[in-house]
Design a protein around this ligand. Structure first.
Ligand SMILES: Cc1cc2nc3c(=O)[nH]c(=O)nc-3n(C[C@H](O)[C@H](O)[C@H](O)COP(=O)(O)OP(=O)(O)OC[C@H]3O[C@@H](n4cnc5c(N)ncnc54)[C@H](O)[C@@H]3O)c2cc1C
Length: 372
């Protein structure tokens, strides 16, 4: 079937692309899921507009981050960091969203056609092969997430992933205006653990995990986080598991370019993510929005390559900083003596790190990466 535009994968990036593409273009959104965005494989936090203005200065439009109340389950004001040796509280506001509803409503309200339970099996010679037949789009938005089938079939899938496991828990006893983050090798090897209150005693509780940092399984690591590690388990003494998910998240640099012929990559499929925190929702919202904008222009004569100029203008510097911070964190985590330096970290350092800025103390270490 020939179609003007296929949005392949309707998660965050796909939904925001659909929302942006003009109604008079023939668009089809496809996704393998039966219910968009479900099950939720995400902590569901998005920095508020005020924070986004600091995080991504010079963005073309911050109204994307005027998150409607109907998608918000909680609003937090602080981030608590526990490094095993020290505690920090940073003022930083997040929306905790109902991510599945946000994807469903955004995609449905776009007015474009959606085909669910449609699995992409391959992409060859400009044709998208699905379980329901072949599609031949004039433009393909590849928003099929971290394990992008399309990127793999085009031979450009090259980024590092971290595993994660998350429980939704009830009866969690934490401050509901605080997002909790726990650092340290024994907590979440090569990553961090989190408790994100959704309101009414319910929370997303999870750990990131990278095999190169541990011989244990992710199941063992989350078990310890929930039941044995005092700083986190003390908040979860009465907590019960409601549901469990496992997932992966890119922790790499974004693609050097995200347009290949008539294919545009947006979101996790192009490793567009704040790689030291795994924060991909705001970046995927922007990438999807920009992809939609460029597609609108394309049918009036603008080249698709405009997309590469646009996302780089707004996202390249913060994503590059995030990647550098992630590499520095790896360096510290692998070297006990260097890790001692982290004991000198101040709340201002963590504040900067959270906002994708590299503190001076870490900048000094950066040249060491090549040697160690
Ligand atoms: C455990 C965990 C916690 C996280 N917490 C946060 C957080 O709190 N805040 C934050 O900002 N980021 C978080 N992230 C990252 C964030 O979820 C992602 O970066 C973001 O959702 C990426 O959006 P996307 O649209 O690119 O991909 P996705 O949202 O993954 O969407 C991809 C879509 O493509 C579909 N798809 C994939 N393959 C196929 C196929 N073969 N055929 C058809 N359809 C297909 C999928 O069903 C999916 O709907 C977290 C990630 C994980 C794993």
């Amino acid at each position: 079937m020939v179609v003007d535009v296929v949005v392949a994968g309707v998660g965050i990036a796909g939904a925001f692309a659909l929302r942006k593409i003009s109604k008079n273009i023939d668009v089809l959104g496809i996704d393998k899921r039966e219910r968009l965005g479900f099950p939720v494989k995400c902590g569901e936090i998005i920095p508020t507009r005020k924070e986004m203005e600091i995080l991504l200065p010079n963005l073309y439009d911050y109204s994307l981050f005027d998150i409607p109340k109907r998608f918000e389950s909680n609003r937090t004001k602080k981030v608590y960091f526990n490094t095993g040796k020290k505690e920090f509280w940073i003022d930083f506001e997040f929306h905790v969203v109902r991510r599945d509803e946000m994807i469903q409503k955004t995609a449905m309200e776009s007015g474009h056609r959606l085909e669910l339970k449609t699995v992409i099996r391959g992409f060859r010679n400009g044709k998208l092969i699905t379980n329901k037949g072949e599609l031949e789009p004039k433009v393909l938005i590849a928003s099929d997430g971290a394990n992008s089938r399309i990127a793999k079939d085009m031979g450009i899938w090259n980024y590092e992933l971290s595993s994660a496991k998350q429980f939704v828990m009830k009866n969690v006893e934490c401050d509901e205006d605080t997002v909790y983050m726990f650092l340290g090798k024994e907590i979440a090897p090569g990553a961090y653990g989190w408790i994100i209150p959704k309101g009414n005693g319910i929370a997303n509780v999870g750990v990131g995990f990278r095999k190169e940092f541990s011989n244990e399984s992710v199941h063992r690591v989350i078990e310890r986080f929930v039941r044995e590690y005092p700083p986190s388990s003390c908040l979860l003494k009465k907590a019960e598991i409601v549901s469990k998910v496992g997932a992966v998240v890119p922790i790499d640099k974004p693609f050097k370019k995200a347009v290949y012929g008539n294919v545009i990559f947006a979101g996790d499929s192009a490793s567009m993510i704040i790689s030291h925190t795994g924060g991909g929702i705001p970046i995927s919202m922007i990438a999807g929005d920009l992809a939609g904008e460029v597609v609108n222009g394309y049918f009036e004569g603008t080249p698709l390559e405009e997309y590469d100029l646009m996302w780089k203008r707004f996202l390249h510097k913060p994503l590059e900083n995030a990647y550098k911070i992630r590499k520095l964190w790896d360096l510290l985590a692998k070297n006990r003596r260097l890790m001692k330096l982290f004991e000198f970290a101040s709340s201002s350092d963590l504040d900067q790190i959270l906002r994708c800025r590299i503190p001076l103390k870490l900048k000094i270490l950066y040249p060491l990466i090549g040697f160690l």
